[in-house]
Design a protein around this ligand. Structure first.
Ligand code: SAM
Ligand code: DTB
Ligand code: SF4
Length: 365
């Protein structure tokens, strides 16, 4: 019988998070090995296919146009460029390529058609393909599924309450709606969040309530430690301690036993010993490659050395679910509907976001 529960309460999750560490680790590791091979870690490579210039106000994000950060913006990559990067990722042991675009939402048209072609191309290399393109409609999710998409990443980021302190340009329900649209297809759901944005432990538990009560639960959940980037509203946040990361990973593992828990952004700040404890606590996926989307990540050779030291093996593609079939554009059953996802645009004011925007205007002028 599956141990997966979809009715976790915030108090239950808080009680788990706050357990004495040795008990928390033992419980998480026990659940981990019942559901996964503890010596296998899935490796994904991120590819920023369209960088910067985003219209949203996400307080953590260096790609939001309204803040002044030192990133180099780029238009949409070509299919050939993406193919070359995917082949490189495959040769260094990645089973998945995750393509990120600094978009609020997907718009039907040439650029989305190009992304669909990227999906087809990578799936044909026998790698899992993931996209994170912002909000999508059900029709757009169907078209991605038909192209051979394996996973769609759309994070809840935090609890519903704390989310309002970080993002004002779209609501929590909008995110849930996109996840719901993905769920209507064969594409797996990747959804998680960030710790270290100034939220409290209740918010971390609140995010895990929102994720674990989804039915089915997400197939993968990235746990990011905030990378505080200069110029963003969250630039002065103190780094989270490794103990908080370990507790968050372990709690995620306990409430979502079957999910692949990804130790995501923030690994450059973590020692190998710290990362090893996260793997013991149930993390079984990482992002590899010396860049996340715009910020640094450990070098892939260093990661492979760490794997060797810990006796970990990279997961083979399509271990958890069969490879989707790619339907060519000419044979597609779905036409572009030209619709936009409906979203609520809460547009309340977040003081620190406004301050970062004002500061950026002064620097840019
Ligand atoms: N634009 C799309 C969207 O917002 O869904 C896709 C890209 S966006 C960069 C994907 C996720 O990266 C965000 O939801 C957030 O959880 C994470 N992220 C962005 N900036 C981060 C940072 N500075 N530190 C940690 N995680 C970050
Ligand atoms: C996720 O949860 N983390 C990744 C991926 N999904 C797209 C992105 C992390 C981005 C960190 C900041 C940057 O490099 O720009
Ligand atoms: Fe845009 Fe995504 Fe960054 Fe938000 S997280 S500003 S939507 S790129």
């Amino acid at each position: 019988m599956s141990q997966t529960r979809h009715n976790w309460t915030k108090q239950e999750i808080l009680d788990i998070y706050n357990k004495p560490l040795m008990e928390l680790l033992y419980e998480a590791a026990t659940i981990h090995r019942k559901n996964h091979d503890p010596n296998v870690v899935q490796v994904s490579t991120l590819l920023s296919i369209k960088t910067g210039g985003c219209s949203e106000d996400c307080g953590y994000c260096p790609q939001a146009a309204r803040y002044h950060t030192n990133i180099e913006g780029n238009d949409l990559m070509t299919v050939q460029q993406v193919k070359a990067q995917a082949l490189r990722a495959k040769s260094t042991g990645s089973s998945r390529v995750c393509m990120g675009a600094a978009w609020r939402n997907v718009k039907d048209g040439e650029e989305f058609d190009q992304v669909l072609e990227m999906v087809r191309t990578i799936n044909k290399l026998d790698m899992e393909v993931c996209c994170t393109l912002g909000m999508i409609t059900e029709n757009q999710a169907q078209r991605l599924a038909e192209a051979g998409l394996y996973a769609y990443n759309h994070n809840l980021d935090s609890s519903e309450e704390y989310y309002k302190e970080v993002i004002s340009t779209r609501g929590y329900q909008d995110r849930l709606d996109t996840i719901d649209n993905v769920r209507k297809t064969n594409v797996t759901v990747c959804s998680g969040g960030i710790i270290g944005m100034g939220e409290n432990v209740e918010d971390r538990a609140g995010m895990l309530v929102a994720l674990s009560t989804l039915n089915p639960q997400p197939e993968s959940t990235p746990i990011n430690a905030l990378v505080a980037v200069e110029g963003t509203p969250l630039e002065d946040q103190k780094p989270v301690s490794i103990w908080e990361m370990i507790r968050m990973v372990a709690t995620t593992r306990i409430v979502m036993p079957e999910t692949q828990v990804r130790l995501s952004a923030g690994r450059t700040q973590m020692t190998r010993e710290g990362q090893a404890m996260c793997f013991f606590a149930g993390a079984n996926s990482i992002f590899a490659g010396d860049k996340l989307l715009t910020t640094p990540n450990p070098d892939v050779n260093e990661d492979m050395e760490m794997f060797k030291m810990l006796g970990l093996n990279p997961q083979k593609p399509f271990t958890k679910k069969v490879q989707p079939q790619t339907v060519e554009a000419a044979e597609s059953q779905f036409e572009a509907l030209g619709e936009k996802p409906k979203w609520t645009r809460p547009e309340h004011t977040i003081e620190r976001n406004e301050a970062a925007k004002t500061k950026a205007k002064l620097v840019k002028n």
